[in-house]
Design a protein around this ligand. Structure first.
Ligand code: AMP
Length: 286
């Protein structure tokens, strides 16, 4: 089934990243069908084979060359100590890895955890971080439910991923110190086999990520107010300015971060813009 002539792309077989990876690849124009939850799927019309793997195995398998590229979390790349190239960030799955202690614990820094018990799914990252601070702890290494371990009496602190912080709040825990910020990434083996197809995949996925992140805005503005409008919407590179029949006015087309669109509309309205529209982008190449 697997072919030497095809780039092997490892994607998560289950878990929070699995559906997202499928969605991103589909949006990037890849057509494939996974049969009966199998290990492989061939992409039609492109020399790519998808290999369905555990998200936390993808960094190691990519470093070892079993797969050429993979979609996984940068936290897992660091924990695996995988020597791979990070080709792009997807801007999703953002989280922090942090030392957390009970809300009322008097402790002030991670270095004070020297000699204490720490539960975590990230023993390597935790040990490395502590050793740089001349501290060493007894690490309780677990695959999940780390947030419950202080209550269960097996740990004094935990090192866990925090996204919204609601898991911490529910367990009456607070962040003591952050180790780092992580997100979903596309990684590549150093040997860069099938480099041309890999680069094409990266270009396509970058287009999808930008299109997911940005909207196209259009509005009309008096020419005399252009300098103000350019401050509100500087654009990705620079805005497109079109002439209107009324030469005192012009039409602007510009990329704006989706999360900023509503605020931007308010600001544009306030400086005299009219006919302000937001258009959703499906895909792009910049
Ligand atoms: P939250 O309650 O939103 O802070 O999420 C924290 C819980 O979700 C913890 O149990 C984490 O292990 C898990 N989590 C948060 N973000 C991620 C991520 N990007 N990848 C994997 N697990 C995560």
């Amino acid at each position: 089934m697997i072919s030497e002539t095809h780039l092997r792309l490892g994607i998560p077989s289950k878990g929070r990243l699995s559906d997202l990876a499928t969605e991103l690849l589909t949006q990037a124009g890849l057509r494939f069908r996974r049969q009966n939850r199998g290990l492989f799927a061939r992409v039609s019309g492109l020399s790519i084979d998808l290999i369905y793997l555990r998200t936390d195995d993808i960094p190691t398998l990519c470093a070892e060359g079993a797969i050429d590229m993979g979609i996984t979390g940068s936290d897992l790349v660091e924990e695996a100590g995988a020597d791979v190239d990070e080709r792009m960030k997807f801007g999703v799955g953002r989280c922090r890895l942090a030392f957390c202690v009970p809300d009322d614990a008097p402790i002030k820094s991670a270095a004070e955890l020297d000699g204490k018990r720490i539960a975590t799914s990230f023993p390597h990252v935790t040990r490395k971080y502590l050793s740089k601070r001349d501290a060493a702890a007894h690490l309780v290494s677990l695959a999940g439910s780390v947030e419950a371990m202080i209550q269960l009496g097996v740990a004094d602190a935990i090192v866990d991923l925090v996204e919204t912080g609601s898991t911490l709040a529910a367990n009456r825990l607070r962040i003591l110190e952050e180790i780092g910020n992580y997100e979903t990434v596309l990684i590549q083996n150093h040997h860069k086999r099938h480099g041309e197809i890999a680069d094409r995949l990266v270009e396509r996925l970058k287009g999808v990520v930008i299109a997911r992140d940005y909207s196209l805005m259009e509005y009309n503005i008096p020419r005399a107010k252009m300098h103000l409008a350019e401050k509100v919407t500087p654009g990705f590179n620079s805005p497109t300015v079109n002439s209107l029949e009324d030469s005192d006015w012009c039409g602007i087309q510009v990329m704006v971060k989706r999360k900023d669109v509503v605020d931007t509309m308010d600001q544009l309205k306030a400086i005299g813009a009219t006919a302000i529209f937001e258009m959703t982008l499906n895909n792009c190449r910049l």
